[in-house]
Design a protein around this ligand. Structure first.
Ligand SMILES: Cc1cc2nc3c(=O)[nH]c(=O)nc-3n(C[C@H](O)[C@H](O)[C@H](O)COP(=O)(O)O)c2cc1C
Length: 205
């Protein structure tokens, strides 16, 4: 029987030591990303993109950009999660696909599409980036839990030079890097971590 979501959440840790000889098929990485993108997003506009780093040479450069963190080279793959600043360009394809699937009728579609076109393209870039970052974070978290459920280890990494990343990997101005996620088989257990008592973080009103 597969583990419950609570067990997966409890057992996930940020792993930094990986078995360098372990490989994960592209097909399985794609399946996990497909599941991850079942995450909710603003108006279902899915403001994310992923670059899956498998190639050793590319990862040598990525490691330099990520302040020499060794897991970049020892993990089976590194997934760069990018945000889409121009996610409003997805409005028509998203709602066309919903209508083709029979999930939205033409009248509701016209209203939803009209509202989205009036709002998102005119939002300040900072708001669009915040929104894309939040939504991509939801997908990134789902990816880490899905990987854990399948017995793999992951580690989110914000410690990399985002400007150099965009330059080295030719990221167009539409997209911006948010986080790297290492994926693989852990070589030694991650260290345990604690959390603040929940009562210190929650207020019921
Ligand atoms: C956005 C983000 C960026 C992070 N960046 C790094 C990083 O660059 N290197 C690293 O070793 N860990 C990084 N971490 C992992 C955190 O240190 C880790 O999640 C935290 O210590 C709690 O540990 P746990 O995930 O094992 O429970 C990052 C985590 C997040 C969410």
């Amino acid at each position: 029987m597969s583990k419950t979501i609570s067990t997966v959440i409890k057992e996930r840790r940020s792993v930094r030591k990986y078995d360098p000889d372990f490989t994960i098929e592209r097909k399985e990485i794609l399946e996990m990303l497909e599941q991850a993108t079942l995450a909710p997003s603003t108006s279902n506009l899915q403001p994310w993109e992923f670059i899956v780093f498998l190639d050793a040479e590319e990862r040598k450069d990525l490691r330099k950009i990520a302040f020499n963190q060794e897991q970049i080279e020892t993990a089976s793959a590194v997934i760069a999660v990018l945000g889409d600043k121009e996610f409003y360009k997805n409005i028509d394809p998203v709602y066309d696909s919903m209508s083709e699937a029979g999930f939205v009728d033409e009248a509701s579609k016209a209203v939803l599409v009209g509202n989205a076109h009036k709002a998102y393209p005119y939002a300040p870039e900072e708001s669009r980036k915040n929104l894309a970052t939040f939504d991509s974070g939801l997908a990134a978290m789902q990816f880490m839990l899905i990987a854990k459920e399948r017995g793999y280890a992951t580690g989110p990494m914000g410690g990399f030079d985002k400007v150099k990343f965009a330059q080295r990997f030719n990221i167009s101005d539409r997209y911006f890097p948010i986080v790297l996620i290492t994926l693989g088989k852990e070589n030694s257990p991650a260290y345990s971590t604690t959390r603040f008592p929940i009562e210190d973080k929650v207020k019921f009103i």
